[in-house]
Design a protein around this ligand. Structure first.
Ligand SMILES: Cc1cc2nc3c(=O)[nH]c(=O)nc-3n(C[C@H](O)[C@H](O)[C@H](O)COP(=O)(O)OP(=O)(O)OC[C@H]3O[C@@H](n4cnc5c(N)ncnc54)[C@H](O)[C@@H]3O)c2cc1C
Length: 414
């Protein structure tokens, strides 16, 4: 495999998949680097099996198209995704095995080169630009060069190693993480609603049960298996630090056992069992790239004219302030979505570096909306297209990025 590319995308989650496909379709030779054994990110590696942010809350209108729309189409063809469903806002529930397959097919059909099992461990910088990345596999460390880079690692690893400006959390705040736990053995008619589970957790706590944190969180039945997915086992930790994350993983797995005991008390659920935890702890927030601009909570709640937007956000602000503490919600004003400008995806001090997904530059409130996977597809698609255009144009024109995104099926306001 050649080691020089036009665009390198680091991280194969929702944002990275969309970025790589967007860049490749815009004509760039593109390499997608993922440390895990499959694409999908949190959707396949962390039991986060609900795509949020693709639909508006009040009208249930699809707001994000482009690569996200193709993922939805692929999942529908496999019968592996639910109809849009109102939880606190609107989401679809999917089967993660199908996400792996659709992501592989989309990347193959587009001509994206994909490297799995490849951990980006370093990057080189010449003057103000990223020159290359270093990637470890079981045979050693390999170097890959590119003209332009997209950081979709969630932890902003590429930006950090390349000496781009980053920050951890916002104003001293970092949202807590949660282990996604999937339960099987639950009959189709059993009442496992959020309210029922919450009351059962409260009752268990009142009776002296230990090892339980959150009482409420998103709880959904999965297509294909009928399994129950729960986001309840909260932990506070620093995702940059392996020792701290390891402690949190072990503690959260103990919590999963405690929640199983609660689920088994529900009528008809005495044979429930754990299908899977994670496998990884679900991190909501870590590093953000410092962009040329920052999206604010006001931009999300009071959407302004979006004629220069390159992506759409439609998930409300959902902030998780601490272990076992209920999440804080704030909802988007009319028209139910907001525009995301290119400058919040573009490094302030490194002109050939873009970011996408939960690393995007938003303040405490905006970051808690931008992080949803539906929005990650949107910012990824935009970052990939912008990166490809930057290969040839140097300075990127927002008008051209919008035109190319629309040519690729994205729909943008204005
Ligand atoms: C418990 C929990 C529940 C959530 N619920 C929802 C929900 O219901 N719906 C929703 O839409 N969102 C939800 N979210 C948010 C969402 O999962 C993330 O914010 C989203 O996945 C961000 O997408 P991403 O592509 O930026 O990052 P990720 O999905 O985290 O993908 C990043 C990818 O980069 C890879 N990577 C990281 N570092 C490196 C490296 N150094 N080298 C190579 N590869 C690397 C990772 O392996 C991963 O595949 C939830 C999050 C959590 C934690």
């Amino acid at each position: 495999m050649s080691k020089a590319y036009d665009v390198i995308v680091a991280g194969g989650g929702s944002a990275g998949i969309a970025a790589a496909i967007g860049a490749r379709r815009a004509g760039a030779r593109t390499l997608l680097i993922e440390r895990g054994p499959c694409l999908g990110g949190a959707a396949t590696l962390r039991n986060v099996v609900t795509y949020c942010g693709l639909y508006t809350r009040d009208d249930r209108e699809q707001a994000v198209f482009g690569v996200a729309g193709e993922m939805l189409d692929g999942l529908r063809e496999l019968g592996a995704v639910s109809e849009p469903t109102r939880f606190t806002a609107v989401a679809v529930v999917f089967d993660p095995e199908a996400v792996k397959r659709v992501a592989d097919d989309l990347c193959d059909a587009t001509g994206v080169e994909v490297l799995l099992h490849s951990h980006l461990i370093d990057a080189s910088r010449v003057d103000d630009r990223v020159r290359s990345v270093r990637v470890a596999d079981h045979s050693g460390v390999h170097s890959y060069e590119a003209s332009v880079f997209v950081d979709a690692t969630g932890e902003a690893d590429l930006a950090q190693h390349a000496g781009a400006e980053v920050r951890y959390g916002n104003d001293g705040w970092v949202q807590n993480g949660t282990l996604g736990v999937r339960f099987g053995g639950i009959p189709s008619g059993a009442d496992v609603s959020r309210e029922t589970v919450r009351e059962a957790v409260r009752a268990a706590k009142a009776a002296g049960a230990t090892g339980l944190t959150a009482e409420s969180g998103l709880i959904a039945r999965m297509p294909v298996s009928g399994d129950l997915i729960t986001y309840l086992a909260d932990e506070g930790y620093d995702a940059r630090d392996a020792a701290d994350t390891s402690r949190a993983e072990r503690s959260a797995r103990r919590q999963a056992g405690a929640y199983l005991r609660v689920i088994r008390t529900l009528p008809g659920c005495s044979d429930a069992y754990i299908v899977s935890t994670g496998p990884e702890m679900g991190t909501r927030e870590s590093r953000h790239l410092v962009g040329r601009a920052q999206l604010s909570e006001k931009d999300v709640l009071e959407p302004g004219p979006a004629g220069d937007a390159v992506a759409i956000g439609a998930w409300p602000i959902e902030y998780h302030p601490g272990v076992g503490v209920p999440s804080e919600w704030r909802f988007i004003g009319a028209p139910g979505y907001y525009g995301i400008p290119l400058d919040v995806l573009w490094s302030r001090n490194t002109p050939n570096l873009f970011c996408a997904g939960r690393t995007v530059d938003g303040d405490r409130g905006a970051g808690a909306s931008l992080r949803a996977m539906g929005t990650a597809f949107a910012t990824g698609h935009a970052a990939g297209v912008a990166a490809a255009l930057a290969v040839w144009d140097g300075e990127v024109s927002v008008v051209k990025v919008r035109e190319e995104l629309q040519r690729q099926g994205a729909r943008l306001p204005g």
